[in-house]
Design a protein around this ligand. Structure first.
Ligand code: ZN
Length: 325
């Protein structure tokens, strides 16, 4: 599935998207808003989603054509829309400071033609030019083996100074947004939108209300936390009772290995569930699901505080989560 680099840095967001991409059971939203402080992580997540959706090999180190094109960022299914996008109607080669109405119209036009691919449209701010060259190196450092800046049509030249940045209502105004509302709400088959922003407060309500928000980790440096959470969410939620019991045992081991109490482990997971709910308040179906999980988690914490055997608490929590799926 997703590359280990991003799974370690952004375990929740990776797991969240991966779980929507299970072959044959895809339950992708029309539109995602990724929020947080690292736009490069968001850009990688969007590209990984595009890769999984279009990959024909489905193996770990796949070398199919789609995976290769995504790595070079020249896949026809990936459309990066930014103020320095010269493909969708800023063809004079001059960067803008905002996403223009012409870009919005051009995008609508190109999406109206059907495609053999699952198209992923990524809206992001971006900077490009000599003055950004020194920033671009460190920004791409973590990802240079996997992804690149978007390649321009009919051009092989590298865009070494291109860096994505968070979008806001200042760079994505209501006029181009309004031109796209209908297609974001009801995209043609096989089209998924991504908006990369710092905070949903920075974006137009009309876009927020049509997107599922996925908050990224703000302090991904904390290896202990991400390591634990990554393991927790790699098989979440368990599918059967047997899987739940095995999983619960593994969780207790993880807690022990990291000298963390089961309670702290649950606190960590609770914190993230609360964040997810807060960021998706408009999506009632998603919230109902997440709130149910949260309730089970809080019940487990109460039991731990009442000195119920921790393994038994975990067992019943995980079995409950498996059953509620
Ligand atoms: Zn592939």
């Amino acid at each position: 599935m997703f590359k280990p680099e991003i799974k370690t840095k952004q375990p929740f967001a990776s797991q969240f998207l991966e779980s929507a991409l299970v072959p044959g059971k895809e339950k992708l939203a029309n539109s995602y808003m990724l929020t947080g402080s690292n736009t490069m992580d968001m850009y990688f997540l969007a590209l990984e989603t595009a890769r999984i959706l279009n990959c024909s090999g489905k193996t770990k180190d796949c070398a199919c054509t789609s995976c290769g094109w995504i790595a070079q960022n020249r896949h026809p299914a990936v459309i990066t829309v930014s103020p320095v996008d010269y493909v969708h109607h800023n063809k004079d080669g001059k960067p803008r400071t905002v996403i223009t109405i012409d870009q919005a119209r051009g995008l609508k036009q190109s999406l109206s033609v059907s495609s053999q691919y699952h198209r992923v449209v990524i809206f992001t701010d971006a900077k490009e030019g000599k003055e950004y060259q020194s920033h671009a190196g460190p920004a791409w450092q973590d990802y240079k083996d996997h992804i690149s800046p978007p390649v321009l049509q009919n051009s092989d030249s590298d865009r070494e100074s291109w860096i994505p940045g968070p979008l806001s209502y200042k760079t994505f105004h209501s006029e181009p947004a309004n031109a796209l509302l209908k297609i974001i709400e009801e995209p043609p088959p096989g089209v998924t939108f991504f908006f990369l922003a710092k905070d949903r407060e920075d974006m137009l309500d009309t876009i927020v209300s049509r997107s599922q928000t996925i908050p990224l980790a703000y302090n991904p440096e904390k290896n202990l936390e991400t390591g634990i959470l990554n393991e927790f969410f790699s098989k979440f939620p368990p599918k059967t009772r047997e899987e739940a019991v095995l999983y619960s045992e593994r969780l207790m081991e993880i807690a022990k290995e990291n000298s963390t109490s089961p309670e702290d482990l649950l606190n960590l997971i609770e914190k993230y569930l609360v964040l997810l709910i807060r960021h998706n308040s408009e999506n009632s179906g998603f919230c109902r699901h997440a709130i149910n999980r949260l309730k089970r988690l809080q019940q487990a914490k109460t039991e731990l505080n009442s000195y119920v055997n921790p393994q038994a608490v975990m067992d019943s929590l995980l079995i409950g989560l498996a059953a509620s799926k």
